[in-house]
Design a protein around this ligand. Structure first.
Ligand code: SF4
Ligand code: SF4
Ligand code: FES
Length: 230
């Protein structure tokens, strides 16, 4: 099969790969690296859809390379959007963790001996299951337009702390939510369609926005979205 790979800084290169059976995109990239060009750079760690490092675009759509099957068709592989590219398919992903740190998206632990009820676990599981792959941020049109918006990744990660009874400083977590400005989300659904773990970030953001309205910390915009505040 024909595999075209967008390599930084070289541009698109084409490889002809012998594939006799269905393999994952990650296995295919290893095949190119091991059999055709050892200089090809891409990231992978767990190979099991858990570490989030192998996100790339396959024919224009962001996917986890280790969890995506390819067969005989010709394909184009590119780095995900919105992150600066270090080499070939490797993007600079430290910014994701920095972003969480700067926004203080963590559990403010203090209360001990509190057990998490199944209901809380169920509610927050979509947030806990985030693997920090960056795909949602890579497809968010608002992030490209506004530096004020926290983005789907941060808002998805924050969601669990808003519902965790062990959180000793709920007010600070609410303040963090306010600072991330969930109201700037246009609910275009790009993040929900693209998230490889099917966490539906847009739905979580909608709930977070509603929470701010309930708490009197946000006034709902009448008639749509406040684009002018960008
Ligand atoms: S739904 Fe909101 S957060 Fe998700 S991609 Fe669209 S604007 Fe961004
Ligand atoms: S919400 Fe989904 S797409 Fe976004 S970082 Fe987490 S797992 Fe990846
Ligand atoms: S290699 Fe870890 S998610 Fe793909």
């Amino acid at each position: 099969m024909k595999v075209r790979i967008k390599r930084h800084p070289k541009g698109v290169e084409e490889f002809e790969v012998e594939v006799s059976q269905k393999i994952t995109l990650l296995e295919l990239l290893y095949k190119v690296k091991e059999e055709l060009d050892p200089t090809l750079a891409f990231r992978s760690m767990c190979r099991a859809g858990i570490c989030g490092t192998c996100a790339v675009k396959l024919n224009g759509k962001p996917v986890l390379a280790c969890s995506t099957w390819v067969s005989g068709e010709d394909i184009l592989v590119e780095p995900i959007d919105r992150f600066s590219v270090i080499k070939d398919l490797v993007v600079e992903n430290e910014s994701m963790e920095k972003k969480l740190k700067v926004a203080k998206i963590w559990l403010r632990v203090g209360k001990e001996g509190i057990s998490l009820h199944e209901e809380v676990n169920r509610k927050t599981s979509r947030s806990w299951d985030c693997i920090l792959c960056g795909v949602c941020d890579s497809v968010c049109p608002v992030l490209s337009e506004s530096e004020l918006f926290g983005g789907p990744l941060s808002l998805t990660r924050l969601y669990k702390y808003l519902h965790d009874p062990r959180n000793m400083d709920y007010e600070a977590t609410l303040k963090t939510l306010q600072n991330l400005k969930p109201e700037l989300c246009t609910h275009c659904m790009n993040c929900s369609y693209a998230c490889p773990k099917r966490l539906m970030p847009e739905g979580l953001i909608r709930e977070e926005e509603n929470l701010l309205v309930e708490k009197g910390l946000l006034q709902r915009q009448v008639g749509g979205f406040d684009f002018l505040s960008f």
